[in-house]
Design a protein around this ligand. Structure first.
Ligand code: GLV
Length: 379
């Protein structure tokens, strides 16, 4: 490839670099070495600019793109990439180091390829989801706070039998979305003496052969009506936005648990808060994701008030962290860099089939005039 044809790649965070994630000692050596090698390769075949920091604002991203004029954009979860910004640029592909890609807006012509990093984080997120469920069932957060505040003392002995909680046994778990993560949860919990229901767009018959006791529900209402624990594992898109509505929430059993490690926008969050405030429902919840991240002060104030008025409600709030296992993040960075390298090396549609394009783009590959064609023409 001649110098002149080296495409420009802009990374919206320095976390992706060999100096950061590639040198993070919490990540296994072999993974770090692969990351370093990929950076060497990327440096040879492209012109790179990396944002000096982790969390550029939309404005900072816009200015960088206007100045550098990249053809490929590498971004992260908290980097909002607007359709307008993409349309005005010469970017032909956006790669994200995440599975979800709702932070990148599709353009009207939708001719810019998006890649993501599927197939890595499902085990890690399943473990984390189960940790949240267990922590909620046994009320670990409130108990920790009790000790932390010095409330466990010789004058105030712990009343073991006065503060009972209950384990998984005989509970019904409803999984919304039996994709990669939902399946990992089933694999882990199948033998734990719980009944597992699931809702998905289609019945997973092959998977059911391995786990015959799980039960497919075609109506989401049944999941909400019957489950003691509901865990959400669906992407956020125009069909799933605010899917968990008042009508579903009001079906939840008293003291049931709602867990969300998917995307905050799936739940009609304002309605959830309102129903809790008005005591229209009484449920526990464990949330890793929120409609606006970070969670805004007004929402946090409302949550604190709910907890103050109804201390028995068990809340766990964590900052979108489910995939943050060191090697998982390292492996996702590898896939992310490989996606970019393979895009740069590609010369035709066939070359794109092994790249992790988002499902919609993969399906439409042959039917569109992608911007990447101009890049191939110049090669
Ligand atoms: C994390 O939320 C991801 O989508 O990778």
């Amino acid at each position: 490839m001649s110098e002149i044809n080296k495409p420009k790649v802009f990374f919206t965070s320095n976390v992706f670099s060999e100096k950061e994630i590639g040198s993070n000692k919490q990540i296994s050596k072999n993974i770090r070495e692969i990351i370093k090698k990929l950076w060497v390769e990327l440096t040879q075949i492209s012109e790179i600019k990396i944002f000096n920091g982790r969390f550029p604002s939309e404005d900072q991203i816009r200015i960088e793109i206007e100045e550098f004029n990249p053809e490929i954009l590498g971004c992260h979860l908290s980097h909002q990439i607007s359709a307008q910004l993409l349309e005005k640029s010469q970017i032909f592909a956006v790669s994200t180091s995440t599975v979800g890609y709702n932070h990148i807006q599709r353009t009207q012509r939708d001719n810019i390829l998006f890649t993501n990093t599927p197939g890595i984080l499902h085990e890690t997120v399943a473990d984390y989801t189960i940790a949240l469920i267990m922590a909620s069932l046994r009320n670990l957060i409130d108990l920790h706070n009790h000790v932390w505040k010095g409330q466990w003392s010789s004058n105030n002995k712990w009343d073991l039998d006065g503060s009972l909680s209950s384990v998984f046994n005989n509970k019904i778990l409803g999984i919304v979305g039996l994709g990669e993560i939902g399946k990992e949860i089933v694999k882990r919990l199948y033998n734990w003496g719980i009944k597992i229901l699931y809702y998905d767009l289609s019945q997973k018959e092959e998977f059911e052969k391995r786990f015959p006791l799980i039960e497919f529900k075609t109506d989401l209402k049944e999941i909400f009506r019957e489950s003691d624990i509901i865990s959400l594992h669906i992407p956020l898109n125009s069909f799933t936005e605010k899917l968990i509505s008042r009508d579903l929430l009001k079906l939840m059993k008293e003291n049931a648990l709602l867990v969300n490690t998917a995307r905050g926008g799936i739940i009609d969050f304002d309605i959830l808060l309102e129903m809790l405030e008005n005591k229209a429902i009484k449920i526990n919840f464990a949330l890793d994701v929120f409609p606006n991240e970070p969670i805004d002060t007004k929402t946090l104030r409302r949550l604190k008030k709910i907890k103050k008025n109804q201390p028995e409600i068990r809340m766990i709030l964590v900052p979108h962290n489910a995939s943050a296992d060191a090697n998982t993040r390292g492996k996702m960075n590898i896939i992310f860099l490989k996606n970019i390298i393979n895009l740069i090396k590609s010369t035709n549609i066939e070359d794109l089939t092994d790249i992790n394009l988002i499902p919609d783009h993969k399906k439409q590959l042959k039917n569109k005039e992608w911007r990447i064609f101009n890049y191939w023409d110049k090669k």
